[in-house]
Design a protein around this ligand. Structure first.
Ligand code: YSA
Length: 330
């Protein structure tokens, strides 16, 4: 009997120690179950003579306790393994997961840059509504109802009644901010007005129906074309590079006299950048500024076109698509 019991323990040890937790239940039944060799042996102990019964009873119980312990160890080993698995996947020395950071849109970046630059020249930032009154967008800028210049700015009308003073539209340029500011502030004036503008036109690689402009207006005593040229030249050099030359080319706008287009010598050719001119006496008067005391210049520049020029971007529509490969380059 003793031999038998010791053999059971030996086998159990060998098998349980090298087993996986998945074998636990099967081993428990094999070594401790009612039909196990151990259970059968223990059942026979009662038939032994008294001394042997006591000795074998003691030995049998010790072996049973040891097998229970071996099975418990197998369970614990499985728990440790699970814990080790978890700790292996959490390494506190690993760098954290870097979240995807957004960034400012290239249009916002260049507007911020220009605001900073013009602040340095003593200009403040003015704003006007995107839904604008017809009179600010056209009439006060000397563009009357039947003026051919209105054709250039095909318009998204918000509401329009023949002869009404309250007609509203999506502003076709940032120039109405000039009038709003002149009417609410006394000269001298130095402002820039960046913002969105809208034109009802067929979109292509260089024309958007929604695009940004940056308006500039400087009114003071004795302002001349020399001031206009100096400010615009310095701004273009700031954005495109110190070696970039600019030129003024005669042009026409109903609200400036004389009027110019600004071209920049960039990438081996002259490229058109913006419209500008000396604010006409009539427009100064419309804004409540005395043209005998003050003079001024103004300009209006397309922001997307400037960025396109600077970086050689071929299509304006890239700015308005959620194409992160494009946007993340800025
Ligand atoms: C002129 C004289 C001033 O004293 C003040 C401002 C101006 C500019 C005038 N208000 C204006 O809007 N002129 S513009 O029609 O020639 O547009 C100015 C700039 O906006 C253009 O040079 C171009 O860079 C940009 N632009 C015009 N239409 C656009 C456009 N950019 C993208 N898409 C369009 N559809």
């Amino acid at each position: 009997m003793e031999e038998k019991l010791r053999t059971i323990l030996k086998e159990a040890r060998a098998e349980i120690v090298s087993a996986n937790f998945s074998d636990y239940e099967q081993l428990r039944i094999k070594y401790l179950g009612r039909k196990s060799a151990l259970a059968r042996s223990l059942r026979k102990i009662k038939d032994l003579p008294e001394k042997a019964r006591r000795d074998m009873g003691e030995l049998g119980n010790r072996i049973k306790r040891e097998i229970i312990q071996l099975l418990n160890d197998l369970k614990d080993k499985a728990k440790d393994k699970a814990r080790d698995g978890r700790s292996a996947s959490f390494d506190p020395t690993c760098p954290g997961i870097v979240p995807d950071l957004g960034r400012l849109h290239p249009i916002t970046q260049i507007i911020d840059d220009l605001i900073e630059y013009f602040r340095g020249l003593g200009f403040s930032v003015a704003e006007g509504p995107e839904v604008e009154l017809e009179k600010y967008n056209f009439d006060l800028l000397n563009i009357p109802d039947n003026h051919p210049a209105r054709d250039e700015w095909d318009t998204f009308w918000v509401n329009r009644k023949e002869g009404s003073k309250n007609n509203t539209l999506l502003r076709t340029h940032t120039s109405p901010v000039q009038l709003r500011y002149m009417k609410s502030h006394k000269a001298p004036i130095r402002i820039i007005a960046p913002g969105r503008t809208f034109r009802y036109e067929a979109e292509d690689a260089t024309h958007g129906s929604v695009f940004y402009q940056l308006e500039g207006l400087m009114i003071d005593k004795n302002i001349t074309v020399a001031n206009l040229k100096a400010v615009i030249d310095a701004m273009v050099k700031h954005i495109l590079g110190e070696d970039v030359e600019t030129r003024l080319r005669p042009s026409y706008f109903p609200f400036t006299e004389p009027s110019y287009e600004v071209d920049a010598w960039f990438g081996g050719k002259w490229l058109e950048l913006m419209g500008c001119g000396m604010v006409s006496r009539k427009v100064l008067k419309n804004g409540g500024v005395d043209p005998d005391e003050y003079s001024g210049f103004a300009f209006g520049m397309g922001i997307e076109r400037l960025i396109m020029l600077k970086y050689g971007i071929k299509d304006i529509r890239y700015f308005y698509q959620p194409n992160f490969d494009f946007l993340k380059q800025f």
